[in-house]
Design a protein around this ligand. Structure first.
Ligand SMILES: Nc1ncnc2c1ncn2[C@@H]1O[C@H](COP(=O)(O)OP(=O)(O)O)[C@@H](O)[C@H]1O
Ligand SMILES: [Mg+2]
Length: 490
């Protein structure tokens, strides 16, 4: 269990209770006098980082006999499904209990097999009945993958290739669709359920499944070799700080530091690649927010599961078929500012909401948090600069940088390493500006030392040997952290 730092009741406890409009040290970023070393600008090679390699794929070799059996079952399933559609009373389908439906399907299947002169053993028969039920009530072949809690993503490249991601690694599955038509039927089933459509004239669609999973499809001719589908499954269980420490995502010392950072209302950006654990980290960090605060969350897909009592959740809305009715994250953010939030959490900053986000961080909404798609803290800064430039607001680069430097206090970089493990690879503070450059100091990082015989990455978390730029602020708020957290063990 991560033992939370017990905040001392400092005599000048005022900052904790003070309204968020009180100016904070970050408003005038100066190198803190008590830092052991002057805040150094990260060396370029450290800051740029390497491009994250795509996770290696783990292919499965299917026994040719087994492959033949599956193909045969798939053929039979398609034939029987046609019969089922003809003979089942589809209107009554919604009302029928699962037991009745199973019974009915088994009857029709047995009948069909007899007519087609096909004999199956009990295992195959059972499998066929289950597959048919999925075909009728669910999403056909991928239904088993949706039910499988170890699967995070489902990636379909045409009818014959279905990949999944488990534990950070991609693997090819034995799941197949009969043909493109079969795949299209399942795609149609999904999108029509949410009132959208996809066809040659509008070949891609983004939708949310009933269970919260994110669904995207691109169909031919834009998808060259058959429809492309990506499903990011909604994970019901968000990982806690304790679990993340247990999984080796970061250390207790880092957690103590982060607790102080969140509690003293630093503005934090979690940066990382796709699926690197940004949302998970944002969710975990938010657990350090107190129950007395009013939190407003803004997301494109409501994923965050904050545990506090006082939360206003908002979700953006894409335009409808006629291109009307869009409510963007920026609209939500602007509205949020009128809702008296103590903290604003934006699930992912990716567009013109960046301006309002930075402004909010600079004007009293301390303790705001967001994620950003970037490969290193430096990269995250350039992303922010680019996003500002893309909004069309005419701001000289140096002014954008000054805006970023005074808004953002802390960057937490997460990464999915090539062995599939997800780790917090860097905690970096923004300490101000040095000339035209935003200065940063890395407080903790994950140092890779090699790879073991199983392909698992070896490494350890090390501290940069620097004391936090915010030490004084932490102390003022009652978080007089022991200096031991900045000293590497062993
Ligand atoms: N440290 C971790 N250890 C193991 N699994 C993790 C870790 N962080 C995230 N995950 C899992 O990885 C998947 C992707 O995480 P998510 O936070 O949604 O990534 P992102 O927001 O960067 O796309 C989720 O299923 C999540 O539960
Ligand atoms: Mg995310």
């Amino acid at each position: 269990m991560f033992k939370r730092f017990n905040k001392q009741e400092a005599s000048n406890d005022a900052p904790a209770a003070a309204p968020s409009l009180v100016s904070s040290p970050k408003a005038a970023p100066k190198p803190s006098p008590d830092a052991k070393a002057t805040p150094a600008t990260l060396k370029p090679e450290m800051a740029t980082g390497k491009k994250i390699k795509p996770a290696p794929s783990k292919s499965i070799t299917v026994d040719p006999k087994e492959a033949k059996r599956m193909d045969r079952l798939l053929d039979i399933r398609m034939d029987l499904h046609k019969r089922l559609l003809e003979s089942l009373n589809l209107a009554a389908l919604d009302k029928a209990s699962e037991e009745d439906l199973k019974h009915e399907i088994a009857l029709i299947a047995r009948e069909g097999l007899r007519e087609m002169d096909i004999v199956l053993n009990t295992t195959d028969q059972k499998q066929l009945n289950a597959d048919l039920l999925d075909e009728v009530t669910g999403l056909g072949p991928i239904e088993v993958l949706l039910r499988d809690d170890t699967v995070n993503d489902i990636l379909i490249n045409g009818s014959q290739q279905v990949f999944v991601e488990r534990d950070g690694l991609l693997e090819l599955t034995t799941v197949k669709f009969k043909d493109e038509k079969h795949l299209m039927r399942i795609i149609d089933k999904i999108v029509s359920a949410v009132g959208r459509r996809v066809d040659e004239s509008s070949p891609y669609v983004d939708a949310r499944l009933a269970d919260g999973s994110r669904f995207n499809a691109m169909v031919p001719p834009c998808a060259v070799d058959g429809s492309l589908v990506s499903i990011r499954k909604f994970s019901k269980e968000k990982l806690s700080i304790d679990q993340l420490i247990e999984f080796g995502a970061f250390t207790e010392a880092m957690a103590t530091y982060l607790q102080a950072a969140v509690s003293t209302r630093l503005n934090i950006i979690v940066s990382g690649g796709t699926g690197s654990g940004k949302t998970t980290m944002l969710n975990a960090l938010s657990s350090f927010i107190g129950d007395e605060e009013r939190i407003v969350t803004i997301e494109d897909t409501a994923e965050l599961q904050l545990q506090q009592i006082h939360i206003g959740r908002m979700e953006s809305r894409p335009p409808n078929v006629e291109g009307k009715g869009e409510v963007s994250q920026r609209d939500l953010l602007r509205n949020a500012l009128r809702m008296r939030p103590d903290r604003i959490i934006v699930g992912e900053t990716r567009g013109d909401e960046v301006i309002d986000m930075l402004q909010a961080m600079n004007t009293g909404h301390d303790g705001s948090m967001t994620t950003i798609h970037a490969n290193s803290p430096r990269d995250a800064i350039s992303r922010l600069e680019n996003m500002i430039a893309m909004t069309g607001v005419e701001l000289p680069l140096i002014a954008s940088r000054a805006q970023i430097a005074s808004a953002v206090n802390l960057m937490v970089q997460v990464s999915r390493l090539p062995d599939g493990s997800r780790r917090m690879v860097s905690i970096t503070e923004i300490t101000g500006m040095e000339g035209e450059i935003i200065s940063m100091q890395e407080i903790f990082k994950f140092q890779r030392t090699g790879m073991d015989e199983n392909g698992k990455i070896r490494g350890k978390f090390v501290s940069g040997g620097l004391r936090s730029h915010y030490t004084e602020r932490f102390r003022e708020w009652g978080y007089d952290l022991p200096s031991s957290i900045y000293i590497d063990s062993e």
